[in-house]
Ligand binder design. Structure first.
Ligand code: ADP
Ligand code: MG
Length: 641
């Protein structure tokens, strides 16, 4: 083979190669420019976009500005005002330090920078067009800097082709700005797309208000605060309630000294702390801020500065682990979870515990739940002094679908513990309305295939124990109801296409800016599953139709969809998408663990169990019921020789 000769690359090519590392897509441009504005001490940053950033990204700040005569240096490689000596690398306090971003950007786009410092009466402006540097001209703007980037990747077609749709790029940009807005309190962020406002975060908002606005009330309401520190590391922020965990780690935000980073060690520490609190495959929501001396962390390990290295990894790991564990301890007293705004009577109040060492007093209230309602909720069965077993007659071949007249009547059962106020009736009404027994259902034989009355009881407001002729059945009430609803939803689909239910008046649904962008991007795919929505302005979408099987609010469905879309990298085929959504709809509509059930509810659940083709697993693949045979019981208690 002919030996190739080695040569030094021309500077333009070097620039393009370097740009490849830093500038991946419009969102990386926004990140670099906003970081520069933050480093310049800006208190107000406006990002304006056209075509998802493809055609225009303009970032305007009120920071310190750049001296006119320094302007050409901005586009030079390895030119920065943030480092001067080698030692500076050991304690970087700014977001930037590599002096590469603008040089890189200038070689793959048309970039104009306009700036003025407080010391100058007239500022300057300079254009760099695909690596061609212009000359500095005067500029009479306010103190601060405006950087405008047009025609991104015009001279690197491979990169330009790689860009995705406008809404996808916009979603990436939003994510970028959100991360910065979470870290930099006191700074006002504003983002517009095609002159319409996408996001606005006032400087006066504290961190919690920011989370609330960016991620929605539902997430913010159930956050558990984290706050812990050692001599040199402080970890603070929030973790999500275990029940709010997601199927992906996309809602995990880690910051180290105000820098959003990805770090396996931190993720692992959180996972470890959550061990035992989450179902398999679930990822908690995390907003954690790690603060430590600049010397204790090396930020110079990744071109996009999204990874760092800790000098004392163990210490950081342990501090995070401890902080998150402490936060989760707040849940220990929460014997029953907050359910749709209600809270069960704490176990400690219902009955004294044998081991009360870890019990948290009744002053611990799930976040977002008014403490006044805490004591009010009746615990239907557990509080009664009489035996806690409620006989439920299962009306197998009973055409009325009501418990058989030979067993104790529903009224009898209910009168054992009359409702103390409205709560009970409401809970009951809700459960009943979720899935009214249809006539078709009541005509079928029950799973149990016999008319004799069974005895069943609810335990921990979560499980049903059912006496069977040959053993006992333990049923997860949520999993079973979820399965029933899922099957019902599926039954209502004719030939795989869901029936549409057009709303008489289109319903506006408020989302977070990121959710709105995501949902609108996938509007065509959602249309195929009978969810029809369009843009309304801001972060509100307008819902025109929902699948006919969905009996709850359009807003709730759109939130489920937005959550799902945020978790998947790619939207699947309509059939798979529909099935995924049905599972989530069923999960949302089903009674929850912690919901007290009436005897009718219990009968209803057990009765409908027969109609579920595959009742052994809920749609998520968890078992709905466990069976313990009489034989096994006898064996365990050594009744069998
Ligand atoms: P770095 O941020 O790593 O220093 P950049 O290429 O992003 O490198 O920017 C080069 C220099 O240009 C910065 O060090 C800073 O002095 C100046 N600069 C860039 N943007 C701004 C801005 N918005 N306000 C003030 N100075 C800026
Ligand atoms: Mg920079």
């Amino acid at each position: 083979m002919k030996v190739p000769r080695i040569q030094i690359l021309p500077p333009e090519l070097v620039g393009k190669i370097a740009a490849g590392e830093v500038v991946e897509r419009p969102a990386s441009v926004v990140k670099e420019l906003v970081e520069n504005a933050l480093d310049a001490g800006a208190s107000r940053i406006v990002v304006e976009l056209e075509q998802g950033g493809r055609e225009l990204i303009r970032v305007v700040d009120d920071g310190c500005g750049i001296f006119r005569e320094d302007l050409p240096l901005v586009f030079a490689r390895h030119a920065t005002s943030k480092l001067s000596r080698e030692d500076d690398l050991n304690h970087i306090r700014s977001l930037g330090f590599r002096g590469e971003a603008l040089a890189a950007l200038g070689s793959v786009a048309w970039v104009r920078i306009q700036s003025r410092t407080a010391q100058e009466s007239i500022g300057g402006q300079l254009v760099c067009d695909g690596g061609q540097l212009g000359t500095v001209a005067p500029w009479a703007g306010a103190v601060g800097t405006c950087v405008e980037v047009r025609r991104l990747f015009f001279n690197t077609p491979a990169r330009r082709k790689f860009l995705r749709s406008v809404s996808t790029e916009l979603a990436y940009i939003l994510e970028t700005v959100q991360r910065l807005a979470l870290a930099f309190l006191g700074v006002h962020f504003r983002l517009t797309h095609e002159e319409r406002e996408v996001l606005e975060v006032p400087g006066s908002w504290d961190r919690y208000q920011r989370v609330q606005h960016l991620f929605g009330e539902a997430i913010a309401d159930r956050l558990l605060p984290v706050e812990t520190a050692t001599a040199s590391v402080r970890v603070h922020g929030w973790i999500g309630h275990p029940e709010e965990a997601r199927s992906s780690g996309r809602c995990q935000y880690f910051f180290v000294n105000q820098r959003y980073i990805r770090d396996r060690m931190l993720t692992h520490a959180v996972q470890e702390a959550f061990r035992g609190y989450l179902m398999v495959g679930r990822q908690p929501i995390v907003f954690l801020f790690v603060e430590l001396p600049a010397e204790a962390v090396d930020v110079n390990v990744h071109p996009m500065k999204i990874e760092v290295r800790f000098r004392d990894q163990q210490l950081v790991y342990q501090t995070v682990l401890h902080g998150v564990r402490e936060a989760l301890r707040q849940l220990r007293g929460e014997s029953a979870q907050a359910v749709r705004g209600w809270v069960s009577v704490p176990a400690a109040a219902a009955a004294p515990r044998l081991n009360d060492g870890d019990a948290v007093g009744p002053d611990v209230v799930a976040p977002g739940v008014p403490s006044a309602s805490r004591q009010e909720r009746p615990s239907q069965f557990t509080e009664s002094a009489s035996p806690a077993v409620v006989p439920v007659s299962l009306p197998c071949a009973n055409p009325t679908g009501k418990p058989s007249a030979t067993g104790p009547s529903v009224a009898d059962l209910a009168s054992r513990k009359p409702p103390t106020g409205q709560e009970q009736t409401e809970v009951r009404a809700e459960v009943a309305s979720i899935s009214p027994p249809s006539s078709r259902l009541s005509n079928q034989r029950s799973f149990f295939g016999t008319e004799s009355p069974w005895r069943a009881m609810q335990l921990h407001n979560t499980y049903l124990v059912v006496e069977m002729p040959d053993g006992l059945l333990l049923v997860d009430q949520h999993a079973l109801h979820e399965r029933i609803l899922y099957e019902q939803f599926r039954e209502q689909l004719q030939a795989g296409t869901p029936a549409r239910q057009n709303l008489l008046v289109p319903e506006p649904v408020d989302l977070t800016a990121a959710q709105a962008a995501l949902v609108l991007e996938h509007a065509p795919a959602l249309e195929k599953v009978a969810l029809s929505l369009s843009e309304f302005g801001g972060s509100t979408v307008l819902v025109h139709a929902v699948p006919a099987c969905w009996k709850r609010s359009a807003a709730e469905l759109v939130h489920i969809v937005a959550e799902y879309l945020a978790e998947v990298a790619r939207v699947p085929e309509p059939q798979v998408l529909l099935d995924e959504l049905l599972k989530r709809m069923a999960c949302r509509a089903a009674i929850k663990a912690g919901d007290p059930l009436t005897p009718e509810d219990i009968a209803f659940l057990l009765e409908h169990r027969s109609l579920v083709e595959n009742a052994h697993h809920c749609p998520h693949g968890r078992p709905t019921a466990l069976f313990l045979s009489k034989h096994e019981l006898e064996r365990q208690f050594r009744r069998l020789g």
